[in-house]
Design a protein around this ligand. Structure first.
Ligand code: SF4
Length: 215
């Protein structure tokens, strides 16, 4: 895809999702960080169901540490990898208290040093909480990048670097949300719904599904 086509692709998604935002529920930087850390290999809806009670009982790092691993686990047992996630949420909350005065740090290195926080989680927090033009590549964005010609790459980091280099700077920050929603609801993994895709024209996928299935 040429740079002009990349801009057209992203602009068409922007027009389709003008109010795109994270579908995770959170009230501040801390609850955003915890929600994103819990969302690995889990749907946003399942995380939201779990965090409703968790954030009521533990809305800040001190309360989360006081709740402890077993207390956190009791809230998040319905989502994948709950044992590890419960341990990490308590440990990252303790690290915020010990090293950052209970605040979520702004810079990437400090975020990625927190237990259970990898590059993708750091990118989401930097984008949503701090307004940085980062691109968190999840399974949806990785698929779209490769399928459409937008940002081909063998690894999530390669796709991330391509997207950051190719999407016009003013569009980069919101593009994260546009691409996730597009992958979740239109450019789906098993059967992309090309017949109703706003970005069909610049997309270079050679096996577009142009006819909707009969109901
Ligand atoms: S045309 Fe199809 S493959 Fe291309 S972006 Fe749209 S849904 Fe995805």
């Amino acid at each position: 895809m040429t740079l002009k086509e990349v801009e057209r692709f992203i602009t068409l998604l922007a027009e389709a999702h003008p109010d795109a935002a994270s579908e995770l529920d959170f009230v501040d930087d801390y609850t955003l960080l915890v929600a994103v850390a819990l969302s690995a290999q889990a749907t946003d809806a399942s995380v939201n169901r779990a965090t409703k009670g968790l954030f009521r009982d533990a809305p800040d790092p001190a309360a989360m540490v006081a709740l402890g691993e077993d207390g956190v686990a009791a809230h998040i047992r319905s989502i994948g990898l709950w044992r590890t996630k419960a341990r990490n949420v308590v440990a990252l909350s303790q690290a915020l208290l010990d090293q950052h005065e209970g605040q979520v740090p702004r810079d990437r290195a400090a975020l990625e040093a927190l237990p259970g926080v990898g590059r993708k989680t750091a990118n989401v927090v930097m984008n949503v909480a701090f307004g940085d033009s980062t691109m968190a590549v999840d399974t949806h964005i990785f698929r779209i990048g490769n399928r459409t010609g937008l940002a081909p790459g063998r690894t999530t980091r390669a796709v991330e670097d391509q997207l950051v280099a190719r999407i016009p700077a003013p569009l980069l920050r919101p593009a994260h949300h546009w691409l996730i929603l597009h992958g979740r609801y239109v450019c789906k993994a098993r059967r992309p719904e090309c017949w109703r895709c706003p970005a069909q024209e610049p997309c270079q996928y050679t096996a577009k599904v142009l006819v909707a299935p009969a109901r």
